[in-house]
Write a protein that binds this ligand. Structure first.
Ligand code: MOS
Length: 736
C-alpha cells in the first residue's frame, strides 16, 4: 500500500453532498413529526407581563403554546459551561431583544408560523443597556476565563514602568465589531422521545457535549440521550455549545408527545446561538531605536450579555503574550455587560480580533522606526515562548516569513505610503503574523474488519465540513493497508466511542491519534491470528516478521489472505478498540501553529473603494494530512479574514437593542467577486512533539492576521491608518 496520509484526496462525502444524498439535521424523516416556531422578545430589557394567546390557541393545527407560564422546569447542568437558563422559558426576565419567550407547536410549519405570529406578549419595559462605550467604566473581570484554566490578566516584567523609555511609542485603541458566524446550514433540531429516552438529530460541532447538556437539563442519564449529526453545513463556533433551540425542541417534543422539528430562520440565527463580541483594545507598545520591543500592554474589553446568562470573553491578549520576545508585557481582559444575547467562540476566537490589534500596532511601530515590517518582527522573534518560558513544540515561522515574502514579491515593495500606483489606483502591500494554539483532547475509536476485507472505523466525532470523514479514512487506509474504498468511517452518533467537540482546530490532533491507535491494534490482532494459525506456518515468529497489505498478511516466505485466517478461525470479523489522550506535552512545550499573511489592496482615490487584489498566506500547521482539504481550509480562513477586514459587522439599534441587519443581504460577507486569487503555502513541519500525527490544526490559523495584513495594506496604499474593522470606503475617502 502506498502512503495515503498527506495526499490531496477528494472528499469522500463530496458526491453525497452535491447529489443531496447527505442528510442534514432538518432532513431526517421522522414519522409523525410536528413543527415548532420560536416567539421572540421585541424588547431588550424588562420582563414579561403576560401573554395574550386567545387568537393563537384557536388557530388550525396548533398543538401547544409553551411559555414561561407553562414550560416544564429544566435543570441547570453544572457540568455545562455557559448553560443558558433565562432564555429556556424558565422565568419572565427579558435580557435581550430576540430572546425566546415562547414556542408554538403545530401540525405543519405554516400553521406554527401563523400561530407564533398571533401570540401577543405584554411587557414591563426596562431601559436596555446597549452601548459598550457608555458602559466601559463598569467593565468587570471574567470569572471563568478560558473555562477557568487561567487568570484573565498576566504580567511579566514592568510594562508600565518601561514604556516611557522607548524611542518609538504607540498608545492607541483598536475596535472590532460584533460578527455573526452565518454557517450555510442554520440551526436545526428534530427531537423525539421514546418513553424516557430522547433522540435528537441536530446540527452540532459536539455530539458528546449536546448529549451531556440535554441529559443534564432534562435530568436523565446520558445513556438515555442519543445525538445524531452525520453532516454539518459548517459551524465556525456557533454550533459548539448546546444553544436554547435544541433544548426547546426537546422540551416541545416532550410537551406534545410527538417528534418536533425546530429550524431557525436566518434572522433568528443572529440572537440564538452566539456571535463574536465587539472588542475595544487599548494597546501601548514601545520599541528601542533598534527595533527591539521594550514594553507591550494589551488591555482588551469585550461585549457581553447579562452575566446571569453565562460568560464568554474574547481572549484578545493571549497571542500578545507569546508572539514576540519582549521582557515587559501586560495583558488584561474585561467584560462589558449589555442587553444582548450571549457571545461565543467564532473562528479563531480571541486571536482573530486580538491579532488584528497587535499586528496593526506592530505595523505602526515599524512605520515609526522606518523599518521593514518583517524585519521588525524578526528583531523580536521569540525563539522560545516568552510567556510560559518553554520551548515551542515546533515553530517554522521564519520559513513562513521567507517563503511568503518570496512568493508575494515583498522585496519590490517601496516603503512609503501612497508610493505605489497602477495608473490612478493606489496600491498597498501589507503584512501580518498569524498564530493559533495547537490543542488536543482525549478521544476513542473502534475498528472492525469483516471476512470480506471491508473495514468499519467508528468515532463519535464530527465533520463540520472540513474533511474529517476523508482524513480519518486516509489514516485508517494507510495504517491497515486497506484501500480507502473498502473503509467506512462512521461519526456523528453519540452511541459511537466519544470524541471532543470539533472546535479549537483540534479534531485532527485529537481524533487521528485514536484512529491510528485502533487501526494499529487491529493490525496486531490480525497478525496474532496469523501467528496462531496452523496452516500459515508462522508459529513462534514475532509480529514484526509480518505486515498487512491489501487483505493479505505478508511474511518473508508467503502471503495469507486475511479472509482465510478468519474462516479457519471461524470468525466473521476481527475488531479492536482504542483511546488516546494528550500526554505531558503541554507541560513540556508551548504548542502553536504559525503563519505569515501578505495582502495587496487596490484603492480608488476618487471613490475610496478598497479591493483585495492579491493574497499570499504561508503557514506552519504541522504535518498536513490531506493537502486538498487543508488548502480549502486555508482559502476559507483567508476569505473569512477578508470578510472581517472589509465587510462583516452586526449593527445594533441603540434604542431597542435590536439587530438591524439580521440577514445575509445586509450582513455583508465576501462573495467570489470580493476574493482575489489566494496563494497558500504550506511550510513542511512534522510536529510530533504535539501529537503522533505531527499535525497542528488548520481550521482557525489562516484567518488570524488577515484583517491586520489588509489594514496595513490600506495604510500603505493611502496613508490612512484605520484602527477598526470593517474598513469602509468612508474611512479612507476623506484623506484619499
Ligand atoms: Mo471554533 S470558533 O473553536 O468552532
Amino acid at each position: 500500500m502506498e502512503a495515503m496520509i498527506g495526499r490531496p484526496i477528494d472528499r469522500i462525502d463530496g458526491h453525497l453532498k452535491v447529489t443531496g444524498a447527505a442528510r442534514y439535521a432538518a432532513e431526517f424523516r421522522v414519522p409523525g413529526v410536528v413543527h415548532a416556531v420560536l416567539v421572540q422578545s421585541t424588547i431588550a430589557a424588562g420582563s414579561i407581563a403576560g401573554f395574550d394567546l386567545r387568537e393563537a390557541q384557536g388557530m388550525p393545527g396548533v398543538l401547544a403554546i409553551i411559555t414561561p407560564d407553562n414550560a416544564a422546569r429544566l435543570s441547570h447542568p453544572a457540568n455545562v459551561p455557559q448553560a443558558m437558563v433565562g432564555p429556556l422559558l424558565q422565568n419572565d426576565d427579558i435580557l435581550f431583544n430576540g430572546q425566546h419567550v415562547g414556542v408554538v407547536v403545530a401540525e405543519t410549519l405554516e400553521q406554527a408560523q401563523a400561530a407564533a405570529a398571533a401570540v401577543g406578549v405584554h411587557y414591563h419595559r426596562g431601559e436596555p443597556s446597549t452601548s459598550m462605550d457608555a458602559m466601559l467604566g463598569q467593565a468587570y473581570k471574567p470569572k471563568h476565563f478560558r473555562n477557568g484554566q487561567r487568570p484573565p490578566d498576566s504580567n511579566r516584567g514592568d510594562p508600565d514602568g518601561t514604556f516611557h523609555s522607548g524611542a518609538v511609542k504607540l498608545d492607541t485603541t483598536y475596535v472590532t465589531p460584533i460578527e455573526h458566524h452565518n454557517p450555510i446550514e442554520p440551526h436545526a433540531t428534530i427531537a423525539a422521545w421514546n418513553g424516557g429516552k430522547l433522540t435528537v438529530w441536530t446540527t452540532t460541532q459536539g455530539i458528546s457535549g449536546t448529549q451531556a447538556a440535554l441529559a443534564g437539563q432534562f435530568g436523565i442519564d446520558k445513556s438515555d440521550v442519543r445525538v445524531l449529526c452525520p453532516y454539518l453545513g459548517a459551524g465556525f463556533g456557533c454550533k459548539g455549545n448546546t444553544w436554547p433551540p435544541a433544548t426547546l425542541a426537546a422540551l416541545a417534543a416532550r410537551t406534545v408527545k410527538r417528534p418536533v422539528k425546530l429550524v431557525l430562520t436566518r434572522a433568528q440565527m443572529f440572537t440564538s446561538n452566539g456571535y463574536r463580541p465587539r472588542t475595544i483594545q487599548k494597546l501601548k507598545l514601545a520599541s528601542d531605536i533598534n527595533g527591539s520591543l521594550v514594553s507591550v500592554r494589551h488591555d482588551g474589553f469585550s461585549s457581553m450579555s447579562q452575566p446571569s446568562l453565562g460568560e464568554f470573553c474574547e481572549s484578545v491578549g493571549l497571542a500578545t503574550e507569546m508572539l514576540y520576545a519582549c521582557p515587559n508585557v501586560g495583558v488584561t481582559h474585561r467584560l462589558v455587560a449589555l442587553n444582548a444575547s450571549l457571545p461565543t467562540y467564532m473562528r479563531a476566537p480571541g486571536e482573530a480580533s486580538g491579532v488584528f490589534a497587535l499586528e496593526s500596532a506592530m505595523d505602526e511601530l515599524a512605520v515609526g522606526l522606518k523599518m521593514d515590517p518583517i524585519e521588525f518582527r524578526l528583531r523580536n522573534y521569540a525563539e522560545t515562548d516568552p510567556h510560559e518560558n518553554k520551548p515551542f513544540a515546533s515553530k517554522a515561522l521564519r520559513a513562513c516569513y521567507q517563503q511568503g515574502a518570496e512568493a508575494f514579491g515583498w522585496e519590490k515593495r517601496s516603503a512609503g505610503p501612497r508610493s505605489m500606483r497602477d495608473g490612478n489606483i493606489l496600491i498597498g502591500w501589507g503584512f501580518a503574523t498569524s498564530t493559533y494554539p495547537t490543542n488536543r483532547m482525549p478521544s476513542s475509536a473502534k475498528a472492525r474488519m469483516d471476512r470480506d476485507g471491508s473495514v468499519v472505523v467508528q468515532c463519535g466525532t464530527q465533520d463540520i465540513g472540513t474533511g474529517t470523514y476523508t482524513v480519518m479514512t486516509q489514516v485508517a487506509s494507510e495504517t491497515l493497508g486497506v484501500p480507502m474504498q473498502r473503509i467506512r468511517f462512521e461519526l456523528g452518533d453519540s452511541d459511537l466511542p466519544p470524541a471532543p467537540v470539533s472546535g479549537g482546530s483540534m479534531t485532527v490532533a485529537s481524533v487521528a491519534p485514536s484512529v491510528l491507535a485502533v487501526c494499529r491494534a487491529l493490525v496486531d490482532k490480525i497478525k496474532d491470528l496469523a501467528l496462531a494459525d496452523a496452516d500459515a506456518g508462522w508459529r513462534g515468529q514475532s509480529r514484526d516478521a509480518l505486515r498487512i497489505s491489501d487483505g493479505l498478511v505478508i511474511g518473508a516466505d508467503r502471503r495469507v489472505p486475511i479472509s482465510a485466517l478468519l474462516e479457519r478461525g471461524n470468525r466473521s470479523f476481527v475488531e479492536a478498540e482504542a483511546g488516546t489522550r494528550p500526554g505531558a506535552e503541554k507541560q513540556k512545550f508551548s504548542m502553536h501553529a504559525f503563519g505569515a499573511q501578505f495582502a495587496e489592496v487596490r484603492v480608488d482615490p476618487d471613490l475610496g473603494e478598497i479591493r483585495v487584489s492579491r493574497f499570499v498566506g504561508a503557514f506552519d500547521a504541522g504535518h498536513i494530512l490531506n493537502a486538498k482539504t487543508a488548502r480549502s481550509q486555508l482559502i476559507g480562513g483567508i476569505t473569512y479574514g477578508i470578510g472581517m477586514a472589509l465587510l462583516e459587522e452586526t449593527l445594533v439599534d441603540g434604542e431597542t437593542g435590536r439587530i438591524v441587519n439580521s440577514n445575509v443581504a445586509e450582513y455583508l460577507m465576501p462573495v467570489n467577486a470580493d476574493v482575489p486569487d489566494i496563494q497558500t503555502i504550506v511550510v513542511p513541519n512534522d510536529d510530533t512533539n504535539s501529537n503522533p500525527l505531527g499535525a497542528k490544526g488548520i481550521g482557525e490559523l489562516p484567518m488570524v492576521g488577515v484583517a491586520a495584513a489588509i489594514a496595513n495594506a490600506v495604510y500603505h496604499a493611502t496613508g490612512v491608518r484605520v484602527r477598526k474593522v470593517p474598513i469602509r470606503i468612508e474611512d479612507v475617502l476623506t484623506e484619499v
